[in-house]
Design a protein around this ligand. Structure first.
Ligand code: FEO
Length: 170
């Protein structure tokens, strides 16, 4: 039987990950309207990855005979007034998600739930990668975003991102 707090946090994380997918769809939508289809593609792929994360938490709870309780997904609440604001909101959001993963990990550690810790190891690594990716985007935008030709090249680079299923399989 899973610890109540660990179960609640894992269950909440399903919603947080679906919200992340929703937020990145909003970002994708913003860049689609801007005519920057490469940036739009990058966030569209990111939304797909976040949906996968939600499904992994969902499946993990079910595999452990714990009941899943689905909640409403909130409306994305970030003000998207310029390209850099969007990129920075992405980094801020990933740092927040990292803190959530760490909180679940700490709760699992407290009750010696080694199975959940092992499950979360993949997310700890993933969050490191996602923060790096978000930071890299900001750096590239700072370097190249103000020049139309460079922005065009950066947009083309981001258009090449393709979705791949998560390496963690449950
Ligand atoms: Fe699923 Fe980007 O955290």
């Amino acid at each position: 039987m899973m610890d109540k707090k660990v179960r609640e946090l894992l269950n909440q994380q399903i919603n947080k990950e679906f919200y992340s997918a929703y937020l990145y769809l909003e970002f994708s939508n913003y860049f689609e309207d801007r005519g920057l289809n490469g940036f739009a593609n990058w966030y569209y792929v990111q939304a797909q990855e976040e949906r996968d994360h939600a499904m992994l938490f969902y499946r993990y709870l079910q595999n452990n005979n714990e009941k899943v309780e689905l909640d409403a997904i909130a409306k994305p609440d970030k003000a998207l007034d310029c390209d850099m604001t969007v990129l920075k909101a992405g980094l801020e959001h990933e740092e927040y998600v990292t803190s959530l993963i760490n909180d679940i990990y700490a709760a699992a550690y407290n009750v010696k739930d080694f199975r959940t810790m092992q499950f979360l190891d993949w997310f700890v690594k993933e969050q490191g990668e996602e923060e790096t990716n978000a930071n890299d985007l900001i750096t590239k935008m700072e370097l190249f975003g103000s020049d139309p030709k460079s922005l065009y090249m950066l947009n083309s680079e981001l258009a090449a991102r393709v979705y791949t299923a998560p390496s963690l399989v449950l």
